[in-house]
Design a protein around this ligand. Structure first.
Ligand code: ATP
Ligand code: MG
Length: 183
C-alpha cells in the first residue's frame, strides 16, 4: 500500500462489509507528541471472540472468495514499522474501532496521500452510509459529516457529481491550508 489513505479505504471497506451505516474516519496529527493516529470506527455488526482473536492473522478471513484477509495485517505491519501499533476495539452487534498509530516523523511513515479520493470513492459508492472525516493537525481541526450535508441537500443525492466535486474541493482546501502552515 503506497499511502495511508489507501489503508483507510481498505479498513473502511471492512466496515461496509460489516453492514455499518455510519463510518467515522479520524486522523490526528500531533506534531509536538510526534504522533500520527488514524482511527476508523463503525456501527457495523462487530466481531465475535474468534474473529477478534484472528483479525490480525493474514490467514484468517470471513471472506468466501479467497483464503487470506490482508487489510488489518498490512496496516498493523505499517504501524509497527513506524514504532506504532494497531488496536482493535469491537463489540458484537455494536461496532468496531480500528486505531493505528505511527511515529509522525518516522522515515518509513507513508504520507497520508489522496484522502480526498478515498472519501469521495466511499461517499459516491455508498450514498446510504454516513461518513465523517475528522482531521486535526495540532490545534487545527477539519470536520466533514455527510449526514449534515444530506440535510442541506434535500432531494439531491449525495453522490450527485456536483456535490461530490464540492466535497472534494472542500477537503482539498483544508489540506492546502494546513499544509501551507508553518509548523
Ligand atoms: N469493521 C469490521 N467489522 C466486523 N468485522 C470485521 C471488521 N473489520 C474486519 N473484520 C473481520 O476481520 C477479518 C479480517 O479483516 P481484513 O481486512 O484483515 O481481511 P478481509 O477483509 O477478510 O480481506 P481483505 O481486506 O484482504 O479484502 C474480516 O474477514 C472480518 O471477519
Ligand atoms: Mg478487509
Amino acid at each position: 500500500m503506497q499511502d495511508l489513505s489507501l489503508h483507510i479505504l481498505d479498513i473502511a471497506e471492512n466496515s461496509i462489509t460489516a453492514g455499518a451505516d455510519r463510518i467515522k474516519i479520524r486522523i490526528v496529527e500531533d506534531i509536538g507528541a510526534n504522533l500520527f493516529l488514524m482511527e476508523i470506527s463503525d456501527n457495523g455488526r462487530g466481531m465475535d471472540k474468534e474473529m477478534f482473536e484472528h483479525a490480525s492473522d493474514p490467514f484468517y478471513t470471513t471472506r468466501t472468495t479467497r483464503k487470506v484477509g490482508l487489510g488489518i495485517p498490512l496496516l498493523a505491519q505499517s504501524a509497527k514499522d513506524c514504532n506504532g501499533n494497531l488496536k482493535i476495539n469491537t463489540e458484537k452487534g455494536k461496532g468496531t474501532t480500528i486505531t493505528a498509530t505511527f511515529q509522525h516523523d518516522h522515515i518509513d511513515r507513508k504520507p497520508l496521500g489522496d484522502i480526498e479520493k478515498t472519501m469521495i470513492v466511499l461517499i459516491a459508492s455508498n450514498p446510504d452510509i454516513d461518513f465523517i472525516l475528522e482531521h486535526s493537525r495540532n490545534s487545527d481541526l477539519y470536520i466533514l459529516d455527510t449526514s449534515e450535508i444530506k440535510k442541506e441537500l434535500g432531494d439531491v443525492p449525495i453522490n450527485n457529481m456536483e456535490v461530490i466535486k464540492i466535497i472534494k474541493d472542500d477537503i482539498s482546501a483544508w489540506l492546502n491550508q494546513v499544509n501551507n502552515m508553518i509548523e
